[in-house]
Write a protein that binds this ligand. Structure first.
Ligand code: GTP
Ligand code: MG
Ligand code: ZN
Length: 317
């Protein structure tokens, strides 16, 4: 028998968190009293006009006939988000409500330092904490000098660095402590071991990990992408998010004058420029040129900044 809707009757709305979102399918976990994700439900969205991403806090209405299904009624305001611009300039939100970006690198595949810079810009502009996780520290130190200088550079900029091995179980307790009760996202190139770290921290996650044979057949450092969706897992008191590896990142910078705040050493040198509108090119008394000449700004970081600046202005036409 069809029942009539009573507009005054409020449905029972249950708070939940989005665990993953793939096409029209949204998996959520209801939140227990202490805020920990608990029961899993498959949901659809009542309105397609609202975009939901992993980490979103939502209110859902359970399907009375199918307790494992529900409808997303409302998306709550985000306290933070990680976004990028795709090649066509469209802003894509990767995940919401995170606190800590774990920029994962490894000796193999070799790190793209510019990608680290771009994640740091995203973290700075989105108000997130950031740390570097140097995984696979069990591997023989083939390109160790360049890894060492990279680590030294970022530590010098105040970015915490954690050395781990998902395979040998090194540095996992320290990483777990660093996450604490926060929501942390593992991000970085494909094949650095993000899903392996997740599994090492949380064996029941049983996330798919890239196979060595697949890697070998494609040659050194070119692991195919194994993880295909952004997915959230409760971890002790906190939450950990695994994400697909990416090759490049254009962070969403809504105000280009803010870009420099993602490069604090450049920003502090620029305060010494004689001219307020200094382009740091050939102007006299330029604090940035001077800092570059004296090695207080790393030349690669400066190129990385300039390239991003160029991309952002080109993107805005
Ligand atoms: N030696 C060593 N190998 C590791 C370590 N962690 C991961 N690996 C290997 O690196 C490969 C890639 O691992 P994944 O965990 O799938 O990497 P991922 O970053 O999740 O990759 P995507 O999902 O494609 O982004 C696998 O063959 C892992 O066994 C580690 O600590 N040491
Ligand atoms: Mg993965
Ligand atoms: Zn200048």
């Amino acid at each position: 028998m069809a029942h009539q809707d009573n507009p005054r009757q409020q449905p029972d709305l249950v708070p939940a968190v989005v665990v993953s979102h793939l096409r029209s399918e949204v998996e959520v976990a209801t939140l227990s009293r202490d805020g920990a994700p608990s029961q899993r439900l498959r949901c659809f969205q009542r309105s397609r006009s609202i975009e939901v991403v992993t980490g979103d806090r939502v209110l859902i209405e359970r399907d009375p006939e199918h307790p494992e299904r529900g409808v997303i009624d409302e998306v709550q305001p985000r306290r933070s988000l990680l976004a990028r611009r795709n090649r066509s300039g469209v802003v894509q939100t990767i995940c919401a409500n995170l606190d800590l970006l774990l920029i994962t690198i490894a000796p193999d595949p070799e790190p793209h330092a510019d990608l680290i810079d771009r994640y740091l810009v995203a973290a700075e502009l989105d108000g997130l904490h950031a740390a570097i996780v140097l995984n696979k520290c069990d591997l023989p130190a083939r390109n160790q000098p360049s890894i060492d200088s990279l680590i030294q550079l970022y530590e010098g900029l105040g970015v915490p660095v954690y050395c781990t091995s998902a395979v040998a179980g090194i540095g996992l307790d320290t990483l777990r402590d660093a996450i604490g009760d926060r929501t942390a996202a593992l991000v970085g190139q494909s094949g650095v071991g993000k899903s392996s770290l997740l599994n090492a921290l949380l064996p029941e996650a049983a996330a798919e990990v890239g196979s060595l044979t697949g890697k070998r057949s494609r040659g050194h450092g070119r692991g195919r992408h194994t993880t295909s969706t952004v997915r959230l897992y409760p971890l002790a008191g906190g939450v950990i998010i695994d994400s697909p590896g990416i090759r490049e990142l254009t962070p969403e910078v809504s105000d280009p004058t803010q870009l420099m705040s993602g490069f604090p050493e450049i920003a502090s040198a620029a305060r010494h420029c004689r001219f307020r509108n200094c382009r740091h090119d050939r102007e006299p008394d330029c604090g940035v040129s001077e800092a570059l000449a004296h090695g207080r700004i790393d030349a690669r970081r400066w190129r990385s900044y300039r390239m991003l600046e160029g991309e952002l202005s080109a993107g805005r036409g």
